[in-house]
Design a protein around this ligand. Structure first.
Ligand code: DC
Length: 231
């Protein structure tokens, strides 16, 4: 498939949105369908938060947290979507834990932390193209993305989705606690001064509250076609 884009760099499809909206499912499926690379930018924030916690570095010391980033050798195993290795060890379960999401959101407010992860995200942009999932893919990291999508859904629906996802992994979680966590992360992610969560001016916003992942994917593919991309 070819996308119209002016730069010589490989094209990017940016998929942003709040916690629990289902960006990962949709973005991964799209990358697989297109045969493109995939970036889970949230995983990088999660890994850095965990690395700080494990090294005993204070989460509210942005320079120290950011300073850990260059020493992390991160590998997203191509075989199986969920295996994440850091410095040779399997961190998958810890990276995906609910508490790690809150940790990531807390360190992500600090400009030095965001700066430390910027180039690490951009190296994922490789031929034939990249589907990038996060909060600021379309606004900051890949501001020149060929297509920008912002997925949204009510906090109640996102909490329900998270509960279902966790229950599929055999983890029981109470809806009120998940809802509170999602609300807290929404407030922090949207109100931070550096790269806040918001749709890019040229993003297409899709409210997924009533839509299953297949229907969201179909809408995005329709968007690619409308933009002159043959899928
Ligand atoms: O997508 P996620 O739930 O794995 O992200 C965890 C946190 O990381 C999220 O609450 C905010 C932060 N994050 C960010 O600030 N910018 C990104 N591009 C991705 C994640």
């Amino acid at each position: 498939m070819s996308l119209p884009h002016s730069a010589a760099l490989p094209p990017v499809i940016a998929i942003d949105g709040p916690s629990g909206v289902g960006k990962g499912t949709v973005a991964r499926a799209l990358a697989t369908r297109l045969g493109w690379h995939f970036l889970d930018s949230g995983a990088l924030y999660r890994i850095l938060g965990l690395a700080a916690q494990r090294a005993g570095v204070a989460i509210d010391d942005p320079a120290a947290v950011a300073g850990l980033a260059p020493g992390l050798v991160i590998r997203f195993a191509a075989e199986g979507p969920e295996r994440i290795e850091v410095n040779g060890a399997d961190w998958t379960a810890a990276v995906r834990a609910e508490a790690t999401g809150a940790l990531a959101s807390a360190i992500a407010v600090h400009p030095p932390v965001r700066e430390a992860l910027l180039e690490r995200q951009r190296v994922f942009r490789r031929s034939p193209g990249l589907v990038a999932d996060g909060r600021d893919m379309g606004t900051v990291v890949f501001a020149d993305a060929a297509v920008k999508v912002f997925l949204d859904a009510t906090a109640e629906e996102r909490a329900r989705r998270r509960q279902k996802q966790l229950s599929e992994q055999g983890i029981a979680a109470k809806l009120p606690a998940l809802f509170a966590d999602i609300r807290a992360r929404d407030i922090r992610d949207r109100s931070r001064s550096h790269s806040p969560l918001k749709p890019a001016d040229d993003a297409v916003v899709i409210d997924t509250t009533e839509l299953p992942p297949d229907a969201v994917l179909a809408q995005i593919e329709g968007l690619l076609k409308a933009k002159g991309c043959a899928t």
